[in-house]
Design a protein around this ligand. Structure first.
Ligand SMILES: [Zn+2]
Length: 83
C-alpha cells in the first residue's frame, strides 16, 4: 500500500500505470467515516479534478490492491460508479 498526500503528478503517474488496482479517497485526517474505495480506473478520480486543480491536498489517496485497502480500512465504502 502507498499513500499520496502532496504530489498530484506522482498520483496521476501511479494511476496511469496501475489501472487494475484500487484507490481510497480519504480526508487528510483519515476520518474512518469518510473513506471511499474506487477502482483506479474510476472516472470520478481520473481526468480533470472537479474541485481545485490538484488531486491531493485536503484529501489524500491510499492506493494498492483491494484486499490490502479493505483490510487496512474496513470502514471504506464502495464507490457507486465503479464498484
Ligand atoms: Zn469510483
Amino acid at each position: 500500500m502507498k499513500r499520496f498526500t502532496e504530489d498530484s503528478g506522482a498520483y496521476e503517474h501511479w494511476l496511469a500505470d496501475n489501472q487494475d488496482q484500487y484507490v481510497i479517497n480519504a480526508e487528510r485526517s483519515l476520518n474512518p467515516n469518510n473513506l471511499m474505495l474506487h477502482r483506479a480506473s474510476c472516472r470520478t478520480i481520473n481526468g480533470t479534478p472537479t474541485r481545485g486543480t490538484t488531486w491531493v491536498g485536503s484529501y489524500v489517496k491510499l492506493v494498492g490492491t483491494r484486499a490490502e485497502l479493505e483490510t487496512e480500512h474496513p470502514t471504506a465504502r464502495a464507490c457507486l460508479w465503479c464498484l
